[in-house]
Write a protein that binds this ligand. Sequence first.
Ligand code: KIV
Ligand code: NA
Length: 276
Amino acid sequence: MKNTFLFQKMKQEKEKITMVTAYDFPSAKIAEEAKIDMILVGDSLGMVVLGYDSTIEVTVDDMIHHGKSVTRGAPNTFKIVDMPFMSYHLSLEKAMENAQKIIQQTNAQALKVEGATKEILYLIQRLTDAGVPVVGHIGLTPQSVHVLGGYRVQGKNKQAAEKLITDAKHLEESGAFSVVLECVPDQLAKYISKQLTIPTIGIGAGRDCDGQVLVYHDILQYGVDYKPSFVKVYQEIGSDIKKAIQQYHYEVKNKEFPSSSYTFAMDKDLVNELNL
Ligand code: KIV
Ligand code: NA
């Protein structure tokens, strides 16, 4: 399994880091088989798996439930679990308790938190001191969608750009071993990546980040209707799945399935004896 030092070394050696989200046993298993460097059990699970409008309804128990299945599917891949909405804002004590619960029950290697307020920076320091590696996340932070006023590119004016640069530096100083940059103009993401010694992982942040992350269901167009402009669809699995299910439906209705090759036959003598 890769580790936080290896990720830093990959940055130094200019080897791009790959991250993909996974939320259950099959997605994790396939990500591990694809040799992805790290798996994120993202709270995007609220939207792509649980059907919520945002990540705000996701709970600590949701993250644990899904995180455990990801660990079973990808036992040998470095796994990061998102701390969900408000699970790390009520008090340092409560945040540490939730972090402990998630780490001990999922057996993941690291946690991710959004933002870079004083409280978040201190939490990152405390978690790292306690032996829990932390990934920061700035730019578009979906848990704050209602404060940000929507899902849109961040850091577009001077003040916002400068804030992102200082936030990234503060995250590194607090002990974060990596930072996700979401929906940030590529020149800014490039600059931040150069300034930091820890790797940046971009999503909608250009190719100069030290690594990239995408949402599993987005890459596959699997059960998602909306495609953000920064998402590349590598295979349209959703429409193939629909075709398969439609065909199954059709064949059952038309008594084509199950044909004899999908049926258990009984010995002829026994059939006669029983008068079947
Ligand atoms: O929840 C998630 O999928 C994420 C990534 C988009 C970084 O936080
Ligand atoms: Na997330």
